[in-house]
Design a protein around this ligand. Sequence first.
Ligand code: PMV
Length: 320
Amino acid sequence: MTFTTTAPGKIILFGEHAVVYGKPAIAVPVNHVQAQAMLEQTNSESGFRIVAPDLKRSYLLSEMDSSEPLAAIVRDTLAYLNQPIPNACLTVSSTIPLGRGLGSGAAISTAIARVLTQYFDQQISSHQVSSLVFNIEKLYHGTPSGIDNSVVAFAQPVYFVKGQPIKMMDVAQSLTFVIGDTGIVSPTHKVVGDLRQRWQANPSPYEDHFNDIAVLVDQAWVGIEQGVLGIWELGTLMNKNQILLEKLEVSSPELGRLITAAREAGATGAKLSGAGWGGNMIALAPAQPEAITEISQALLKAGATNIIITELQVNAMKIE
Ligand code: PMV
Protein backbone atom coordinates (compact mmCIF):
# COMPACT_ATOMS: atom_id res chain seq x y z
CA MET A 1 0.00 0.00 0.00
CA THR A 2 1.17 3.56 -0.75
CA PHE A 3 -0.07 6.75 0.92
CA THR A 4 0.59 10.27 -0.33
CA THR A 5 -0.05 13.66 1.29
CA THR A 6 0.88 17.22 0.39
CA ALA A 7 1.19 20.53 2.24
CA PRO A 8 1.34 24.05 0.79
CA GLY A 9 4.00 26.74 1.00
CA LYS A 10 3.21 30.08 2.62
CA ILE A 11 3.87 33.80 2.48
CA ILE A 12 3.73 36.30 5.30
CA LEU A 13 1.67 39.29 4.15
CA PHE A 14 2.36 41.49 7.18
CA GLY A 15 4.20 41.35 10.48
CA GLU A 16 7.27 39.08 10.12
CA HIS A 17 9.93 39.53 12.82
CA ALA A 18 7.64 41.62 15.05
CA VAL A 19 5.64 38.39 15.45
CA VAL A 20 8.65 36.84 17.24
CA TYR A 21 8.22 39.62 19.87
CA GLY A 22 4.54 38.93 20.51
CA LYS A 23 3.02 41.18 17.84
CA PRO A 24 0.40 39.95 15.34
CA ALA A 25 1.16 38.81 11.79
CA ILE A 26 -0.87 37.68 8.78
CA ALA A 27 0.16 34.71 6.64
CA VAL A 28 -1.55 32.85 3.81
CA PRO A 29 -0.93 29.48 2.17
CA VAL A 30 0.52 29.27 -1.34
CA ASN A 31 -0.87 26.20 -3.07
CA HIS A 32 1.18 26.58 -6.26
CA VAL A 33 4.15 25.11 -4.44
CA GLN A 34 3.83 21.96 -2.35
CA ALA A 35 5.76 19.52 -0.23
CA GLN A 36 4.86 15.87 -0.73
CA ALA A 37 5.32 12.82 1.49
CA MET A 38 4.84 9.31 0.10
CA LEU A 39 4.86 6.30 2.38
CA GLU A 40 5.13 2.75 1.02
CA GLN A 41 4.87 -0.36 3.10
CA THR A 42 7.98 -2.54 2.65
CA ASN A 43 9.04 -6.07 3.63
CA SER A 44 9.15 -7.08 7.23
CA GLU A 45 12.54 -6.39 8.84
CA SER A 46 13.40 -3.69 6.26
CA GLY A 47 13.17 -0.94 8.87
CA PHE A 48 11.99 2.61 8.19
CA ARG A 49 13.86 4.34 5.37
CA ILE A 50 13.71 8.08 4.66
CA VAL A 51 14.52 9.14 1.11
CA ALA A 52 14.87 12.80 0.11
CA PRO A 53 15.92 12.79 -3.57
CA ASP A 54 16.06 16.64 -3.73
CA LEU A 55 18.61 16.61 -0.91
CA LYS A 56 20.32 13.47 -2.31
CA ARG A 57 19.74 11.70 1.01
CA SER A 58 18.63 8.20 1.93
CA TYR A 59 19.00 6.69 5.39
CA LEU A 60 17.39 4.37 7.91
CA LEU A 61 15.52 6.07 10.76
CA SER A 62 17.51 3.93 13.20
CA GLU A 63 20.77 5.51 11.89
CA MET A 64 19.68 9.09 12.57
CA ASP A 65 19.17 10.94 15.86
CA SER A 66 16.43 13.49 16.43
CA SER A 67 18.57 16.52 15.69
CA GLU A 68 17.72 15.69 12.06
CA PRO A 69 14.32 17.30 11.33
CA LEU A 70 12.93 14.55 9.08
CA ALA A 71 13.82 11.82 11.59
CA ALA A 72 12.45 13.99 14.43
CA ILE A 73 9.01 14.56 12.89
CA VAL A 74 8.69 10.84 12.11
CA ARG A 75 9.54 9.88 15.71
CA ASP A 76 7.36 12.60 17.27
CA THR A 77 4.37 11.69 15.10
CA LEU A 78 4.72 7.96 15.85
CA ALA A 79 4.91 8.77 19.56
CA TYR A 80 1.78 10.94 19.31
CA LEU A 81 -0.06 8.20 17.39
CA ASN A 82 1.24 5.65 19.89
CA GLN A 83 2.48 3.43 17.07
CA PRO A 84 5.66 1.37 16.59
CA ILE A 85 8.16 2.16 13.82
CA PRO A 86 6.72 0.46 10.72
CA ASN A 87 8.66 -1.28 7.95
CA ALA A 88 8.20 1.36 5.30
CA CYS A 89 9.89 3.78 2.93
CA LEU A 90 9.10 7.51 3.25
CA THR A 91 9.97 9.61 0.20
CA VAL A 92 9.79 13.39 0.60
CA SER A 93 9.95 15.91 -2.20
CA SER A 94 9.05 19.55 -2.56
CA THR A 95 8.57 22.27 -5.14
CA ILE A 96 8.96 24.88 -2.37
CA PRO A 97 12.43 26.44 -2.65
CA LEU A 98 14.50 25.82 0.48
CA GLY A 99 15.52 28.65 2.81
CA ARG A 100 13.64 31.39 0.99
CA GLY A 101 10.82 32.27 3.37
CA LEU A 102 8.15 30.10 1.74
CA GLY A 103 7.77 27.64 4.62
CA SER A 104 9.45 24.60 3.06
CA GLY A 105 10.49 23.10 6.41
CA ALA A 106 7.00 23.42 7.91
CA ALA A 107 5.40 21.99 4.76
CA ILE A 108 7.66 18.91 4.70
CA SER A 109 7.01 18.23 8.40
CA THR A 110 3.26 18.71 7.92
CA ALA A 111 3.13 16.30 4.97
CA ILE A 112 5.07 13.68 6.97
CA ALA A 113 2.86 13.97 10.07
CA ARG A 114 -0.23 13.57 7.90
CA VAL A 115 1.06 10.64 5.82
CA LEU A 116 1.96 8.66 8.96
CA THR A 117 -1.49 9.38 10.37
CA GLN A 118 -3.08 8.06 7.15
CA TYR A 119 -0.86 5.00 7.17
CA PHE A 120 -2.15 4.01 10.61
CA ASP A 121 -5.72 4.95 9.64
CA GLN A 122 -5.94 7.43 12.52
CA GLN A 123 -7.26 10.98 12.79
CA ILE A 124 -5.27 14.07 13.75
CA SER A 125 -6.47 17.66 14.15
CA SER A 126 -4.75 20.54 12.38
CA HIS A 127 -3.99 21.93 15.86
CA GLN A 128 -2.11 18.76 16.70
CA VAL A 129 -0.23 18.73 13.38
CA SER A 130 0.72 22.36 13.95
CA SER A 131 1.99 21.59 17.43
CA LEU A 132 4.10 18.61 16.22
CA VAL A 133 5.52 20.73 13.40
CA PHE A 134 6.28 23.63 15.78
CA ASN A 135 8.71 21.41 17.70
CA ILE A 136 10.55 20.61 14.47
CA GLU A 137 10.59 24.29 13.46
CA LYS A 138 12.73 24.83 16.56
CA LEU A 139 15.38 22.56 14.98
CA TYR A 140 15.30 24.61 11.79
CA HIS A 141 14.90 28.08 13.28
CA GLY A 142 15.85 28.12 16.95
CA THR A 143 13.13 30.45 18.26
CA PRO A 144 10.22 30.30 15.81
CA SER A 145 7.12 32.35 16.52
CA GLY A 146 4.88 29.48 15.35
CA ILE A 147 3.37 31.28 12.37
CA ASP A 148 4.83 28.96 9.71
CA ASN A 149 3.54 25.73 11.26
CA SER A 150 0.13 27.37 11.88
CA VAL A 151 -0.53 28.63 8.35
CA VAL A 152 0.85 25.48 6.72
CA ALA A 153 -0.87 22.94 9.00
CA PHE A 154 -4.26 24.68 8.70
CA ALA A 155 -3.69 25.60 5.02
CA GLN A 156 -5.81 28.70 5.68
CA PRO A 157 -5.10 32.44 5.91
CA VAL A 158 -4.25 33.17 9.54
CA TYR A 159 -4.00 36.11 11.92
CA PHE A 160 -1.39 34.91 14.35
CA VAL A 161 -0.17 36.07 17.75
CA LYS A 162 2.41 33.92 19.55
CA GLY A 163 0.88 32.07 22.50
CA GLN A 164 -2.71 32.93 21.57
CA PRO A 165 -5.31 30.72 19.87
CA ILE A 166 -4.81 30.95 16.12
CA LYS A 167 -7.47 32.92 14.23
CA MET A 168 -8.51 31.84 10.73
CA MET A 169 -9.05 34.88 8.54
CA ASP A 170 -12.02 35.59 6.31
CA VAL A 171 -11.16 37.19 3.01
CA ALA A 172 -13.68 39.70 1.71
CA GLN A 173 -11.92 40.62 -1.51
CA SER A 174 -9.72 38.44 -3.68
CA LEU A 175 -6.11 39.64 -3.85
CA THR A 176 -3.42 38.71 -6.37
CA PHE A 177 0.20 38.53 -5.25
CA VAL A 178 3.27 38.18 -7.42
CA ILE A 179 6.07 36.49 -5.47
CA GLY A 180 9.62 37.19 -6.66
CA ASP A 181 12.60 35.11 -5.57
CA THR A 182 15.99 36.80 -5.12
CA GLY A 183 17.53 33.32 -5.47
CA ILE A 184 19.47 33.99 -2.27
CA VAL A 185 19.23 31.37 0.46
CA SER A 186 18.76 33.08 3.78
CA PRO A 187 18.75 30.99 6.97
CA THR A 188 15.92 32.32 9.15
CA HIS A 189 17.74 31.58 12.43
CA LYS A 190 20.62 33.86 11.38
CA VAL A 191 18.42 36.83 10.47
CA VAL A 192 16.27 36.37 13.58
CA GLY A 193 19.33 35.87 15.81
CA ASP A 194 21.09 38.94 14.43
CA LEU A 195 18.02 41.10 15.01
CA ARG A 196 17.69 39.71 18.52
CA GLN A 197 21.26 40.81 19.32
CA ARG A 198 20.63 44.32 18.01
CA TRP A 199 17.36 44.50 19.96
CA GLN A 200 19.08 43.31 23.16
CA ALA A 201 21.80 45.94 22.74
CA ASN A 202 19.30 48.74 22.17
CA PRO A 203 15.66 47.68 22.73
CA SER A 204 13.82 50.98 22.52
CA PRO A 205 13.91 51.80 18.76
CA TYR A 206 13.25 48.17 17.84
CA GLU A 207 10.26 48.01 20.14
CA ASP A 208 8.90 51.18 18.55
CA HIS A 209 9.24 49.51 15.13
CA PHE A 210 7.54 46.32 16.37
CA ASN A 211 4.66 48.41 17.72
CA ASP A 212 4.37 50.33 14.45
CA ILE A 213 4.30 47.05 12.53
CA ALA A 214 1.53 45.77 14.83
CA VAL A 215 -0.63 48.79 13.96
CA LEU A 216 -0.19 48.08 10.22
CA VAL A 217 -1.02 44.40 10.71
CA ASP A 218 -4.26 45.23 12.50
CA GLN A 219 -5.26 47.75 9.83
CA ALA A 220 -4.57 45.16 7.13
CA TRP A 221 -6.46 42.47 9.05
CA VAL A 222 -9.62 44.58 9.26
CA GLY A 223 -9.14 45.66 5.64
CA ILE A 224 -8.84 42.10 4.33
CA GLU A 225 -11.52 40.54 6.56
CA GLN A 226 -14.12 43.24 6.07
CA GLY A 227 -13.16 44.39 2.59
CA VAL A 228 -12.95 47.99 3.77
CA LEU A 229 -9.57 48.69 2.15
CA GLY A 230 -8.94 48.70 -1.59
CA ILE A 231 -5.78 47.28 -3.14
CA TRP A 232 -4.08 50.70 -3.17
CA GLU A 233 -4.66 51.15 0.55
CA LEU A 234 -3.47 47.60 1.30
CA GLY A 235 -0.47 48.19 -0.98
CA THR A 236 0.37 51.33 0.98
CA LEU A 237 0.31 49.30 4.20
CA MET A 238 2.73 46.82 2.60
CA ASN A 239 5.06 49.66 1.61
CA LYS A 240 4.94 51.03 5.17
CA ASN A 241 5.70 47.55 6.53
CA GLN A 242 8.69 47.36 4.17
CA ILE A 243 10.05 50.68 5.47
CA LEU A 244 9.87 49.30 9.01
CA LEU A 245 11.55 46.04 7.93
CA GLU A 246 14.34 48.15 6.44
CA LYS A 247 14.66 49.93 9.78
CA LEU A 248 14.97 46.50 11.40
CA GLU A 249 17.83 45.91 8.91
CA VAL A 250 16.42 42.68 7.52
CA SER A 251 16.01 43.80 3.91
CA SER A 252 18.81 43.65 1.32
CA PRO A 253 19.82 45.41 -1.91
CA GLU A 254 18.52 42.47 -3.96
CA LEU A 255 15.14 42.57 -2.21
CA GLY A 256 15.09 46.34 -2.60
CA ARG A 257 15.70 46.07 -6.34
CA LEU A 258 12.81 43.65 -6.84
CA ILE A 259 10.48 45.69 -4.61
CA THR A 260 11.21 48.90 -6.54
CA ALA A 261 10.82 47.14 -9.89
CA ALA A 262 7.43 45.73 -8.87
CA ARG A 263 6.15 49.11 -7.70
CA GLU A 264 7.36 50.87 -10.85
CA ALA A 265 5.61 48.21 -12.95
CA GLY A 266 2.25 48.90 -11.28
CA ALA A 267 2.17 46.89 -8.07
CA THR A 268 0.07 48.73 -5.48
CA GLY A 269 2.61 47.77 -2.82
CA ALA A 270 5.54 45.45 -2.25
CA LYS A 271 7.64 44.14 0.62
CA LEU A 272 9.94 41.32 1.59
CA SER A 273 8.21 38.22 2.96
CA GLY A 274 9.67 35.93 5.62
CA ALA A 275 13.00 36.45 7.31
CA GLY A 276 14.60 38.72 4.68
CA TRP A 277 18.28 39.26 3.71
CA GLY A 278 17.34 37.20 0.66
CA GLY A 279 14.50 34.82 -0.07
CA ASN A 280 11.29 36.16 -1.54
CA MET A 281 9.43 39.44 -1.84
CA ILE A 282 5.73 39.88 -2.56
CA ALA A 283 3.92 42.46 -4.64
CA LEU A 284 0.18 43.18 -4.57
CA ALA A 285 -1.05 43.35 -8.15
CA PRO A 286 -4.17 44.77 -9.78
CA ALA A 287 -6.34 41.80 -10.87
CA GLN A 288 -6.03 42.44 -14.64
CA PRO A 289 -3.86 39.81 -16.40
CA GLU A 290 -1.86 42.53 -18.23
CA ALA A 291 -0.93 44.16 -14.91
CA ILE A 292 0.20 40.84 -13.46
CA THR A 293 2.28 40.08 -16.57
CA GLU A 294 3.89 43.51 -16.46
CA ILE A 295 4.90 43.13 -12.80
CA SER A 296 6.19 39.58 -13.38
CA GLN A 297 8.29 40.67 -16.36
CA ALA A 298 9.70 43.64 -14.45
CA LEU A 299 10.70 41.33 -11.59
CA LEU A 300 12.45 38.90 -13.93
CA LYS A 301 14.24 41.81 -15.60
CA ALA A 302 15.35 43.08 -12.18
CA GLY A 303 16.94 39.72 -11.40
CA ALA A 304 14.21 37.52 -9.89
CA THR A 305 15.16 33.87 -10.33
CA ASN A 306 11.56 32.68 -10.10
CA ILE A 307 8.05 34.11 -10.07
CA ILE A 308 4.93 32.65 -8.46
CA ILE A 309 1.52 34.22 -8.98
CA THR A 310 -0.96 33.41 -6.25
CA GLU A 311 -4.50 34.52 -5.55
CA LEU A 312 -5.94 34.87 -2.08
CA GLN A 313 -9.54 33.96 -2.72
CA VAL A 314 -12.71 35.35 -1.18
CA ASN A 315 -14.40 33.44 1.63
CA ALA A 316 -11.58 31.15 2.59
CA MET A 317 -13.29 28.43 4.58
CA LYS A 318 -12.87 28.58 8.34
CA ILE A 319 -11.46 25.50 10.06
CA GLU A 320 -11.32 25.81 13.82
O1 PMV B 1 10.61 31.02 7.95
P1 PMV B 1 10.56 32.39 7.35
O2 PMV B 1 11.77 32.82 6.63
O3 PMV B 1 9.28 32.61 6.62
O4 PMV B 1 10.52 33.43 8.56
C1 PMV B 1 9.49 33.39 9.47
C2 PMV B 1 9.15 34.74 9.90
C3 PMV B 1 9.91 35.32 11.07
O5 PMV B 1 9.00 36.21 11.67
C4 PMV B 1 11.12 36.09 10.57
C5 PMV B 1 10.37 34.28 12.08
C6 PMV B 1 9.27 33.64 12.89
O6 PMV B 1 9.55 32.64 13.55
O7 PMV B 1 8.13 34.13 12.89
